[in-house]
Design a protein around this ligand. Structure first.
Ligand code: GLA
Length: 377
């Protein structure tokens, strides 16, 4: 698609320059629901993502259009607030809101988004936020560094009702081709870990089950974790090792016990996964992925029959080292590590088995890791 032509079709021609930006989607290798518990995560940016084309205007109007959804949202910059009718446009609007709250005086602009992220759970909202944030930062020479833009984008997600952690925005802002990011979400200390998967590839398995995070139990899980930390008298659950947990778990019961057990063990699995990656031990990495899925399914209760089915079918295949749901859960995507030579057979057999059980087809995409949000020259 000639995006500049679509931009002009939507907004008309002008002498102002149209600048083009791209923010990727992300897949989380492991470390699920640990970010808002001050723990570790191991995500990577992908090559699919969101383009943002932006052009300054002479007035104070902001116009938001998308090639994915046929609506244009238009409003004066001083009237930007959350509006349920604006749907997807609330994410970039949230970014504008916090930039202005920071004291920056913007002039009007037209922006066209175009996303090729198929599947929920790959953080299309954070991709949209970072595309907007980086586009505004560069177009209006605001001088934010990437970490500040990441924090701003996280607030924009919260503006839309999801009290999310920082993982998605961080992976999308800081992603590097060929690398996973080992991030400590409390201190924001991070390091790149080469995503050396030997002859394995990452397959994104989209259940095609739609969900909206703001409708899901995401905020409820977060509150349950805070409750567990309070009872255990720690600042957050990631302060505890599995050994600490074993000796203190008798203070917890029911759902709160299960949520805490997931977070504390998942956090530990991230370090084990980093070691496995560094050692090139893909079969160990695969085992950790499966353990993560089981814990998300049974203790954290954020999986669903579609995610469980696709993961079960994937790990039945002899050339799959491991698989798990990725992202918040409740639908969306899972990832699998699959030997390159077996990809066609894997995709065919898992797709058929899933369709037979669930009644509709999944999406299957082989994905590489990619670079973070940036201007495309
Ligand atoms: C969503 C949130 C992230 C993180 C994951 C679960 O993607 O945006 O902050 O909490 O869920 O790991």
């Amino acid at each position: 698609m000639d995006l500049k032509a679509v931009f002009i079709e939507n907004f008309g021609d002008s002498n102002e320059e149209i600048r083009v930006f791209h923010a990727p989607a992300r897949a989380n290798i492991i470390g699920e629901h640990t970010d808002y518990n001050g723990g570790y995560v191991l995500p990577c940016a992908l090559t699919i993502g969101t383009y943002a084309l932006i052009r300054k205007r002479a007035d104070n109007i902001a116009r938001f259009a998308s090639t994915n959804i046929n609506t244009v949202v238009q409003l004066p910059l001083n009237e930007i607030s959350y509006d349920p009718q604006h749907d997807w446009a609330n994410y970039p609007k949230g970014v504008v809101h916090f930039i202005q709250k920071d004291g920056h005086q913007l002039c009007g602009f037209d922006v066209l988004f175009s996303g090729n992220i198929s599947g929920a759970g790959l953080s299309s909202s954070a991709s949209l936020e970072l595309a907007m944030a980086v586009a505004l930062n560069i177009t209006f020479s605001m001088g934010y560094d990437m970490i500040s833009l990441i924090k701003l984008a996280q607030r924009a997600e919260q503006f839309c009702g999801v009290n999310c952690g920082i993982m998605d925005q961080f992976a999308i802002g800081m992603g590097k081709k060929g690398m996973a990011i080992h991030l400590h979400c409390d201190s924001l200390q991070y390091k790149y870990v080469p995503l050396s998967l030997d002859d394995y590839k990452i397959v994104i398995m989209d259940t095609n089950k739609k969900r909206k995070l703001s409708d899901s139990k995401y905020n409820e899980r977060r509150a349950e974790c805070e409750q567990a930390a309070k009872i255990l008298n720690v600042e957050n659950l990631s302060k505890l090792t599995p050994q600490d947990f074993a000796s203190h778990q008798n203070k917890l019961e029911g759902n709160i016990l299960m949520r805490a057990r997931h977070v504390i063990h998942e956090n530990h699995r991230v370090s084990q996964a980093e070691d496995a990656l560094k050692a090139g031990d893909i079969s160990k990495l695969g085992e950790l992925l499966i353990a993560s899925h089981v814990s998300l399914r049974d203790d954290y209760e954020v999986s669903c029959v579609e995610l469980d089915t696709i993961v079960e079918q994937a790990i039945k295949h002899t050339c799959c080292a491991g698989a798990r749901m990725t992202g918040a859960g409740f639908g969306g995507c899972a990832i699998a590590l699959v030997k390159g030579a077996a990809l066609p057979d894997f995709i065919d057999s898992v797709s058929h088995a899933y369709t037979d059980i669930i009644g509709y087809t999944p999406g299957m995409y082989v994905q590489e890791s990619g670079d973070g949000a940036r201007e495309i020259i």
